[in-house]
Design a protein around this ligand. Structure first.
Ligand SMILES: NC(=O)C1=CN([C@@H]2O[C@H](COP(=O)(O)OP(=O)(O)OC[C@H]3O[C@@H](n4cnc5c(N)ncnc54)[C@H](O)[C@@H]3O)[C@@H](O)[C@H]2O)[C@H](O)CC1
Ligand SMILES: [K+]
Length: 459
């Protein structure tokens, strides 16, 4: 299960705007901080299970959340100590500090506790924290049994997944009000541990959210193989990759999978795959709900001609692997029709160049420029639509880093597209099913196992 599935993902600026809108509607900043701090205290109480807690508080509202939480914990007789770096910087932060009636330990001399709560910096972090701050944080984190971050581990910038310092790994991060991009984008995402959302009762929305499993079409008494979705896989130089994509499309629920190649007698995958010789005309069959092109396609003239025919076919496309190396981003902008691109980091950089922008920004820009849904793959897969909608995935199994898993994903997305999901939903459902199949496969699986596991997760 993905925690926070479907929830909005807000940048620091969007979070401040949501907070400002709530205040314009009558809520006060103090009320918001009280809700945040008390929600955090409840979570800490359960997690600490009676073990002593140390709260490290910063000068802003993240520190304010820490003071409110510490005061609430003390009221509930939970052993808790507080150390603070700097004086509170706002009225609301001063109010929070005034709630704490215990001692505030001197920063550099603070003794660690079994449970560490980092409330030093959150979404307001604007530059690398002073090493004096990070040294204490790391020392206390090293000595703790359980490390809990309030909103974000200190040293993480909120929007792009960037680490501004050497940030220790946390076990749990309590996100206040909304999930932030850096909970999900690497390298920051590997420091946050399990992310839990603390509701502070303000309405949030926007076009970015955590992935969830879309409703998948199910066969009924009137279904037949074409109505379940027909997927054409265009093969090429490396037959095995296309076989994996074809197997995955079938196991993800497609009713008919057509494997188009010009080699005869090469049948590595299931007998249920229909094998025909490739001709450009074979792609124009209007029963085809999705063409998958790229896995094992090669990069020679034959591959180029097949890609041209797929683009000219008018059928919805999943463009992966070698096809992403052959195609020009500019050519896609002029192509009218449904297309989903599935680049990993190298393919993405080849098509769109390198950039300092964040992964979600790069994905959105690429989607708009190519008028495609872009599945920017990796340990932190992000999907963007041309209209700017963005879907973030929590980290999937690291065992996915093996040859052929991308081919399986392309076939899975093809099956979703052919089943009638809209392109963004098809991409989301495909990445979800792929990640869930990987989870079930456990360790050291191979791409063939992953394709086979899709039947069980298709649900
Ligand atoms: N936005 C909301 O709806 C709510 C947010 N809450 C919590 O508030 C923080 C964000 O608070 P903010 O005061 O904006 O920022 P920080 O506490 O992260 O700290 C910023 C503070 O520190 C200064 N600063 C920034 N970078 C550095 C640095 N490298 N070194 C030293 N000082 C630095 C900066 O000038 C500010 O004064 C959010 O994460 C939530 O935890 C509440 O939950 C209520 C609702
Ligand atoms: K923090």
């Amino acid at each position: 299960m993905i925690p926070s599935a479907g929830r909005p993902v807000l940048t620091a600026q969007a979070m401040r705007a949501a907070e400002a809108a709530a205040m314009a509607a009558g809520t006060t900043e103090i009320a918001l901080m009280r809700r945040a701090g008390e929600g955090i205290a409840q979570a800490i109480l359960r997690l600490a299970a009676g073990r002593p807690v140390l709260v490290l508080c910063g000068p802003g509202h993240n520190g304010g959340d820490g003071f409110v939480a510490a005061a609430a914990l003390r009221r509930q007789r939970q052993p808790v100590r507080v150390a603070a770096f700097g004086e509170p910087r706002s009225e609301t932060a001063r109010w929070a500090r005034s709630l704490w009636d215990g001692p505030v330990v001197s920063w550099d001399d603070v003794a660690p506790a079994p449970v560490l709560v980092d409330a030093i910096f959150g979404t307001g972090l604007s530059r690398a924290p002073d090493e004096r701050i990070m040294t204490v944080l790391r020392r206390c984190a090293d000595a703790a049994i359980l490390r809990i971050a309030v909103d974000l581990p200190s040293g993480i910038e909120s929007d792009a997944g960037r680490l501004l310092a050497d940030v220790p790994a946390f076990d749990v991060t309590l996100a206040t009000g909304a999930i932030k991009p850096s909970h999900l984008v690497q390298p920051a995402a590997r420091c946050v541990g399990q992310v839990r959302l603390i509701d502070i009762g303000i309405p949030i929305g926007g076009g970015a959210r955590v992935a969830s499993l879309p409703r998948l079409p199910h066969p009924d008494a009137s279904s037949h193989k074409y109505s379940r979705g027909m997927v054409a896989i265009v093969a090429g130089a490396m037959g095995g990759a296309a076989e994996l994509a074809a197997t995955a499309a079938l196991r993800a629920g497609a009713g008919y999978v057509l494997h188009l190649d010009d080699r005869t007698g090469v049948a590595l995958g299931p007998n249920a795959i229909v094998r025909r010789s490739y001709t450009p005309e074979s792609l124009t069959d209007n029963r085809i709900g999705a063409i998958v092109i790229g896995p094992g396609l090669g990069r020679d003239d034959t591959a180029r001609a097949r890609l041209g025919a797929a683009l000219g076919s008018g059928r919805p496309l999943v463009i992966d692997g070698d096809a992403l190396r052959l195609i020009e981003a500019m050519a896609l902008a002029d192509h009218i029709g449904v297309k989903i691109l599935t680049p990993h980091g190298g393919e993405f950089a080849h098509m769109f160049g390198d950039s300092d922008a964040s992964k979600p920004e790069r994905a959105r820009k690429a989607a708009a420029a190519t008028r495609s849904v872009v599945v920017f793959k990796g340990a932190d897969t992000v999907i963007a639509a041309p209209d700017g909608r963005t879907i973030f995935f929590p980290p999937a199994s690291p065992w996915l880093s093996t040859a052929g898993t991308g081919d399986v994903l392309a076939g899975t997305i093809g099956a979703m597209l052919a089943a009638g999901l809209d392109p963004l939903e098809a991409a989301e459902a495909g990445v979800w099913l792929h990640g869930e199949a990987a989870r079930r496969c456990g360790a050291a699986f191979i791409a063939d196992d992953l394709a086979d596991a899709l039947s069980a997760v298709r649900g």
